[in-house]
Design a protein around this ligand. Structure first.
Ligand SMILES: [Mg+2]
Length: 429
């Protein structure tokens, strides 16, 4: 074993369990409505656009993930599928209950996403499969949510184990892959694109080089991998070999949410001005996200008229990004869609705001197979914009933010920004 390999053997005793809620949003709906048990259930994205969650019965009907609802309207009708709009408040609360339940099994836990957590089971002197079953039973009893448990010596293998736990009837919800001896046959059946941290582009490159399965990748030449895919690729190969490279991260991001809102300098009644304002907030919020090395999975946009008029209107929309993002362009795109749904002609709007939530650390973004964005490229662009703006008094703006911005907050009575603006430094007499 070479020098670089030796570093990883230290952590070989680790045991990770990945607990993943099954069809989470659909299961949340079911938890409060027992009549839905055994029936096909789907949940739609904002504005009831696309299918974002499916119960197993709905999957069996051939309803795809992410497809627009109108495309499958006939299937939904003919099979009496129960259709729900998303209820993010409910899902967030159910997630908190599941995580709290899991924390009773071990204090060493990493909440990985709204419906997944890694537990550290190192040092447990019992059958891990039995323990996994106990976790499943308890979560189901306490919260009503079904979960599957995948166990392995690395996070990557725990993810694969979880996949098997879900799909194999024999596994029945729990799969333990800590016995590396039996691993080869299993890895040979896992296509590379199903491996954690392998994005769709990496998968295509790997396949072009003849690396089709997790077993091929596990046996790949490490120098070639390093050359082609850098340190992330190397880590994935080691993780498949049972050497842990991704420790449990127990400290969640400090920030829970990022909010930007302003009262307008004068009432706004045009949808275009509302959009300009909100685009500006997105630009600011994107900067804040990147400053903290975070990305957001959820965005809420709200608008409100003045509190002091008779005909008051307040409304909000929440959207979920397919992949957590810190890209201003994506934030603006989402916010503009929200405004289209929120705007009502005839109202004088006084204030608008956005709240970014479900924040994750940027280097832990969960890849999504449907993701077509070039993340590396967008990150470089954002870095360049942030670097330029940190040096300019008149920052680069996104076209969507508008130029004149007549709605802009008025700061006539604001004192000088002494510490942050060169042109507002206190004069020396
Ligand atoms: Mg899940």
């Amino acid at each position: 074993m070479g020098g670089s390999d030796r570093r990883y053997t230290q952590a070989m005793k680790e045991i990770f369990a990945l607990v993943d809620c099954n069809n989470f949003y659909a299961s949340c709906e079911r938890a409060f409505n027992p009549k839905l048990e055994g029936r096909p259930v789907v949940v739609l994205s904002n504005n009831d656009g696309c299918i974002v969650a499916r119960s197993n019965e709905a999957k069996a009907l051939g309803i795809g993930m992410g497809v627009p609802a109108f495309e499958v309207e006939k299937i939904l009708e003919e099979n009496n599928v129960e259709v729900f709009s998303s209820n993010y408040a409910l899902y967030a609360d159910m997630s908190a209950r599941v995580m709290k339940t899991l924390s009773t099994f071990t204090p060493d836990m990493e909440v990985y996403s709204i419906d997944e957590a890694f537990l550290n089971l190192a040092g447990f002197n019992c059958s891990l499969t039995d323990y996994g079953r106990k976790i499943c039973r308890t979560v189901k009893r306490w919260t009503g949510i079904p979960v599957t448990v995948g166990i392995g010596p690395t996070k990557t293998l725990a993810k694969i184990a979880n996949r098997i736990a879900k799909h194999s009837a024999k596994a029945d919800g729990v799969k333990d892959l800590t016995d590396i001896g039996s691993l080869n046959g299993i890895l040979a059946a896992i296509p590379v694109e199903k491996i954690w941290t392998v994005g769709i582009k990496t998968a295509i490159k790997l396949k072009r080089a003849g690396i089709e399965t997790a077993l091929n990748l596990q046996r790949a030449d490490i120098n070639w991998i390093r050359q082609k895919f850098g340190v992330v690729g190397v880590r994935t190969v080691y993780e498949l070999r049972g050497m842990s490279c991704y420790p449990l991260e127990q400290n969640p991001p400090v920030k829970k949410s990022i909010a930007v809102s302003r009262s307008f300098g004068r009432p706004v009644d045009s949808v275009d001005e509302l959009k300009e304002a909100v685009a500006g907030y997105c630009s600011r919020a994107g900067e804040k996200l990147r400053q903290h090395g975070l990305a957001a999975a959820l965005m809420t946009v709200y608008v409100t008229t003045s509190r002091f008029i008779k005909n008051r209107y307040f409304n909000s929309r929440t959207i979920e990004f397919p992949v957590a993002t810190s890209d201003t362009k994506e934030l603006i795109g989402g916010a503009l869609l929200c405004i289209d749904g929120l705007y009502r002609r005839g109202f004088l709007f006084k204030k608008a705001g956005i709240v970014l939530s479900s924040l994750v650390s940027e280097n832990r973004i969960q890849p999504n197979l449907f993701d077509s964005a070039d993340r590396a490229r967008s990150r470089r662009l954002m870095q360049a914009i942030d670097a330029v703006n940190s040096r300019l008094n008149c920052p680069l703006r996104w076209a969507a933010e508008g130029l004149n911005r007549p709605w802009k907050v008025k700061f006539n009575r604001r004192s000088h920004r002494y510490t942050t603006r060169w042109d507002e430094l206190p004069p020396v007499a």
